[in-house]
Ligand binder design. Structure first.
Ligand code: ARG
Ligand code: ZN
Length: 415
């Protein structure tokens, strides 16, 4: 009996959700080299969680640096920042308060909802249900399993055809904590199914093309953000020789792997992995893209936050061969998005627009021949960051639909 009690307690302790009372998110505005050095030094001694950019390595002058500071270090960090004269602003006063606000009332039912952030279990049952709801337009296929053994199910939307159709591939949730991203993939599937037949563009798209949707790429990480640590970013794989878990899946693709904007240190948030495609999730997606590259005309990958439409390259400042066309399409997508609620997006190639970072899925897709390769960074610009309230899911998804449909129309015109 006692033994069972002990096991119970241990299990409880292990399963415990990390809480963030009193922890803050600060925005730092470095304008001098000394500021950048200070941020890097602080990051080296304290385990900050970088919200934007993704890690200390990417901090430069004149960009906003959003960091999550644990309560124990707040005094120290504030003192050092005051001494440095760097402009700072508190983005989030108390993270736990914001987390609770995002998750919604604890009484909420454990059933799928397009206007709430769904757990992996909810997404999984939704995948099963929706894929059998309309067999004329949707089917599912497995592309493999995650590190922890969860099934990666790809949804295929499009009118059934005897010949292989040209296709668009879209994934969500490469990074675990970016919850608005999987919410968008779910929204997209719902919209596609419910507007086929009434919306002329959607009808023509699904008649002519197939759209592959991977609702959650990094399922293990996503599940972990629901059950243990809301701010987990990477996969959950183990690397030998370290206790730090996880690789950044968006640094693990075979695109000038680990040369810039990523780290060889397994504890880094931008760890590129022990080798190219060390992550099974990355391998599964890359394999699918390779197998179907003759048919895949566009690759779309959805992240948050910052409100950006990015395209290759991120691993180099060199312009892509299709730069001017991609820029035109990205700008068109941004203005389509803006037309609904005025939400402002910036577009451009990854490296100059945010920072150089190799090993990304967009650059990989582009380099194997998928010309229309775009990374979206959805709402917001830092007010809530990863903790975008559920009340913003609907408006965010509605405006993003316009951008995605703009790109799809351009792809269709250029088949
Ligand atoms: N925030 C994203 C990331 O760092 C941006 C991705 C842009 N593309 C890229 N290949 N780095 O993963
Ligand atoms: Zn991301």
């Amino acid at each position: 009996m006692k033994v069972f009690l002990l096991f119970g307690l241990v299990a409880l302790a292990l399963a415990e959700v990390r809480r963030f009372e009193g922890e803050k998110v600060l925005r730092l505005k470095p304008v001098m080299d000394e500021h950048v050095v200070l941020i890097r030094e602080l990051a080296a001694s304290i385990e900050f969680d970088f919200w934007s950019p993704d890690s200390a390595e990417m901090v430069t002058i004149d960009i906003d640096v959003d960091i999550h500071v644990p309560a124990a270090y707040l005094d120290l960090v504030s003192t050092m920042l005051q001494q440095s004269d760097m402009e700072t602003e508190v983005l989030i006063e108390d993270l736990q308060v914001s987390i609770d606000a995002q998750t919604g009332p604890t009484s909420r039912t454990h059933s799928h909802s397009y206007t709430n952030y769904n757990s992996w279990d909810e997404v999984q049952s939704w995948i099963a249900a929706i894929s059998t709801s309309n067999s004329a337009l949707i089917s599912k296929q497995s592309i493999g399993s995650t590190y922890e053994g969860r099934p990666m199910t790809l949804l295929k939307l499009g009118k059934k055809s005897n010949v292989t159709k040209p296709a668009i591939f879209m994934d969500c949730g490469i990074h675990a904590r970016e919850w608005i991203s999987p919410a968008f993939c779910q929204w997209f599937v719902k919209e596609a199914l419910s507007t086929y037949g009434s919306d002329s563009q959607m009808t023509s798209l699904l008649d002519q093309m197939d759209v592959y949707v991977l609702p959650v790429f990094n399922i293990d990480g996503y599940d972990y953000t629901h059950k243990s640590n809301r701010f987990w970013r990477k996969t959950r794989s183990r690397t030998s020789g370290t206790i730090c878990r996880g690789t950044d899946p968006n640094r693990n693709f075979n695109a000038s792997w680990c040369t810039t904007g990523s780290s060889r240190h397994p504890c880094s948030e931008v760890f590129c992995g022990s080798k190219v495609e060390s992550e099974v999730e990355v391998r599964n997606v890359a394999d699918f893209l390779r197998r179907n590259k003759a048919d895949i005309k566009a690759y779309l990958t959805i992240h948050s936050y910052s409100q950006l439409v990015l395209f290759p390259y991120s691993y180099t400042y060199d312009l892509a061969a299709d730069h001017s066309e991609l820029l035109k399409v990205a700008e068109g997508a941004s203005s389509a998005l803006r037309s609904l609620y005025g939400t402002g997006y910036t577009s451009g190639p990854g490296a100059p627009t945010i920072y150089p970072a190799a090993g990304g899925s967009d650059d990989y897709a582009y380099d194997i021949g998928v010309k229309y390769s775009f990374t979206f960074e959805l709402r917001d610009t830092g007010r809530y960051g990863f903790l975008l309230p559920a009340s913003q899911i609907k408006p965010t998804c509605m405006e993003t639909m316009l951008a995605i449909k703009y790109i799809a129309a351009h792809v269709q015109e250029n088949l």
